[in-house]
Design a protein around this ligand. Structure first.
Ligand code: ACM
Ligand code: ZN
Length: 767
């Protein structure tokens, strides 16, 4: 393989120099992604012209060809057709060759001046071969409208097949629903990158998204929730007809749809409709906060198993996959420990504990699936208490579950959070839209190696592949969901398709420029790195004499800026090449620009010339304590607290000691909300510019509102901001509101204000 890699790289560098067939930099060179196993560049080129002919004999292949004819006609404006015999030139000859030396998904391509030949053992291989032909053509081939262009491909021969047979994307449609149109659009795009599994997470605590004719209350009660802010979200679910439509659509793109119905945890939405299948009998509401609920299906109640069996048997026929995902993750055992039925089950079945009860429960469901010849997939918690004999394990809490399961002889799909959770931040959290946490850049996802260390050498075949997961707690819109998915899902595609020996992030990064133009053809709202500041990405920078702003992006992309208040465009901006120095008040607007001309979101950085604000109290006037006032109830604005009487008042010597009646997060209720107001002074050790970072709703310094986070989702530290302060005591007021915004109850956070002198390394808590 090493020589092969060298060959590829050599040919590739040659091709970059020699294939300037297109004026666009992103179209230069070979951009096939995922990178093929073998590619040889030859002299000459093929140019696709009007009236090109697809030569096809096989009927199933004819259907595949029709798919590409309609796509290519749209973008080229050419008339394309298929016939049995290959003409002398301007052809794409497509053949099934049963003894071709590639696996069932593999293909070969031979491009000559006269035409292209694609061969494979199966229609699926032909489909991937033709996707590669698309990738050889200029990126505009994916355009939804006609583009005037010379459609040229360098002469190449390619032999390609996937490294793994499972190349997947997961999508959570429970936390935020995504309609059929969105799903189809994603399937179109996933297929371009040869992804072949779509794991559809259809049920969870916050919503049930699949029709049930057997249990109709699932379609009324379970499909909507009242959000923390009071709005009703939903009703949203897919009908049986829509599910079938998606499965068929995916099938035409050789994508297998794997449904997930979660059990025994993550079932509150269903329990809201049928509380009799819980341990306590309810009542429940469809959960409006994220996380893990303590209320789960009762494992001691036979009727619960009958209910879940009924559901599974009802929805199973809608899907063609051999797999059925039953969830199995994050099932707290609190209820089972106290439930007489569950305890009786443990006793009768001679189980050791509640973990074995979970294992017993899942084995019952496994029997249902086996009866219908379906294979069970579960998250790695299904290892706890004993793995069901036929289970395939999805390893998400790192790689250990996957290693253990594969060493036990079970099939495994790797989805470890650190690399493959696409709900994680892909840039600085002070710059990016709020996300669940983490930090997973494109490069990090690309660096993933699906065969984990620690696996027995003779068990590697149990690693079926890998999958990237798109959980949607913080993905409030389809656009935001795409923003998190792309381009990282393309890294997953290459990780699971291309030979390990060919891994080369720099080359991937180069090819991504071309791939993003293809995504433009599908109107995908992909992530473009936003300029960040290396130390603290603050949108408000105070200075006394001068400020220096340094900018970077998570991958090399041109940065444009203006100081004229205008949004940067190619015409009105300068290109950032070195740190910028400011001595006057300035509004700096920055964004990055891809070679295609497409630009990132604009960041506005205010540079504010200040003098050191004088201390507002002397040492004798202040105590070291702060006054704390607690207000009961939900508040969304600090101003709403005016005139209200606190339920409790006290002094605190440390913000960390502020009482947070933090309930178990599985149990939070409407009564649990308190707002807190703190007032006091803090001691500034020396004249200087100080950076603050906080998740509180409001922070006042010397009577002036300094940080305003009202109405934002405050899971993560935001609002980096600086201020020039003179040595001495300054008045401070902190407001932390109790509420739920966007599924996140503020109750779970502390009052957290941290600060540091600008240019110093570390933030420290206010006290
Ligand atoms: C999971 O992320 N709870 C599987
Ligand atoms: Zn129970």
């Amino acid at each position: 393989m090493h020589t092969l890699k060298k060959l590829f790289v050599l040919l590739l560098s040659f091709s970059i120099i020699s294939c300037k067939t297109d004026e666009k930099t992103y179209n230069q060179g070979i951009n096939i992604t995922p990178k093929p196993m073998e590619l040889t560049l030859k002299d000459g080129k093929f140019t696709l012209k009007n009236n090109a002919i697809f030569a096809v004999k096989d009927e199933a292949v004819g259907k595949v060809v029709d798919f590409f004819i309609s796509k290519m006609q749209r973008s080229t404006g050419y008339s394309l057709s298929k016939q049995q015999n290959r003409p002398a030139n301007n052809y794409i000859d497509v053949n099934i060759v049963s003894d071709l030396d590639v696996n069932n998904e593999g293909y070969t391509i031979d491009v000559k001046d006269a035409g292209i030949t694609v061969e494979a053992k199966t229609p699926q291989g032909i489909f991937y071969g033709l996707q590669t032909v698309m990738q050889l053509l200029p990126a505009e081939i994916e355009s939804p409208a006609t583009v005037e262009k010379v459609w040229t491909i360098p002469n190449v021969s390619i032999k390609d097949e996937p490294r793994f047979k499972y190349r997947g994307q997961h999508l959570d449609v429970c936390r935020h629903f995504l309609d059929v149109e969105y799903i189809k659009k994603q399937l179109d795009v996933l297929a371009m990158f040869k992804i072949n599994k779509f794991h559809w997470h259809l049920t969870d605590d916050q919503g049930w998204r699949i029709e049930s004719k057997k249990y109709p209350k699932l379609n009324s009660t379970s499909v909507k929730r009242t959000e923390g802010e009071g709005k009703v979200y939903g009703p949203y679910y897919y009908t049986h007809e829509q599910i079938k439509e998606v499965v068929a659509y995916a099938g035409e793109r050789f994508i297998e749809v794997i449904p997930e119905v979660e059990l025994p945890g993550h079932g509150v939405a269903a329990l809201a409709a049928y509380p009799e299948y819980s341990c306590t009998g309810g009542p429940f509401e469809v959960r409006n906060i994220w996380g893990v609920a303590n209320d789960v299906y009762c494992a001691g109640n036979d009727a619960t198993l009958t209910f879940l069996t009924g559901i599974i048997e009802e929805v199973m026929p809608l899907f063609e996959s051999d797999y059925f995902h039953i969830g199995g993750d994050e099932c707290p055992k609190d209820r089972w420990k106290k439930c007489p039925k569950c305890q009786k089950r443990i006793k009768n079945e001679k189980l050791k504990d509640e973990h074995e009860l979970q294992s017993w429960f899942i084995k019952q469901i496994e029997q249902v699936l086996l009866k219908h010849n379906k294979k069970m997939i579960g998250w790695d918690e299904i290892l706890e208490g004993g793995l069901a004999p036929s289970a395939t394990v999805m390893s998400w809490r790192g790689e250990k579950g996957g290693v253990d399961a594969a060493n036990m002889g079970h099939d495994v799909i790797m989805t470890p959070g650190g690399w493959l959770y696409l709900d994680h931040y892909q840039g600085d959290q002070n710059v990016e839209p709020v996300a669940i946490g983490g930090y997973t850049t494109l490069e990090k996802t690309y660096s993933y190696e699906p065969v984990p260390e620690g696996l027995d050498k003779n068990k590697t075949h149990h690693i079926l592949g890998a999958q990237a997961n798109v959980w949607t707690e913080y993905l409030y819109s389809p656009e935001q969901t795409e923003y998190m998915t792309y381009p990282r899902i393309i890294a997953l595609a290459e990780v699971t398709w291309s030979p390990k020996e060919q891994k080369d992030y720099k080359d991937f990064e180069r090819r991504i420029a071309n791939q993003l133009v293809r995504l433009d053809g599908h109107k995908v709202n992909y992530h473009i790195p936003i300029p960040e500041q290396p130390k603290l990405s603050a949108d408000f920078v105070a200075f006394v004499d001068s400020a220096v702003v340094e900018l970077k992006t998570t991958r090399p992309i041109k940065i444009l800026y203006t100081t004229s208040m205008e949004e940067p465009t190619v015409n009105n901006s300068k290109e950032y090449t070195a740190p910028l120095k400011f001595t006057e008040n300035t509004v700096l607007k920055v964004r990055s620009a891809l070679s295609s001309g497409k630009m990132s979101a604009v960041r506005t950085i205010k540079l504010d010339k200040q003098t050191y604000a004088l201390a507002t109290a002397s040492e004798t006037e202040v105590t070291s304590d702060m006054k704390v006032e607690y207000y009961k109830g939900k508040y969304f604005k600090a101003s709403e607290l005016a005139g209200k009487t606190p339920v409790e008042t006290e002094q605190t010597e440390s913000l960390r000691k502020v009482k947070y009646r933090i309930p178990d997060y599985g149990e939070i209720s409407e009564d649990d909300f308190y707002s807190v107001v703190l007032t006091g002074h803090f001691n500034v050790p020396e004249d200087g510019v100080y950076d603050f970072s906080t998740v509180v709703d409001g922070l006042w310094i010397d009577g002036k509102l300094f940080i305003d986070n009202e109405g934002t989702v405050r899971k993560n530290m935001k609002s980096g901001k600086s201020i020039a302060l003179a040595k001495g005591y300054h008045a401070i007021r902190i407001v932390r509101l109790g509420n739920i915004i966007g599924g996140w109850p503020s109750q779970w956070n502390s009052v957290d204000v941290s600060w540091k002198k600008t240019e110093q390394q570390k933030f420290r808590p206010l006290k």
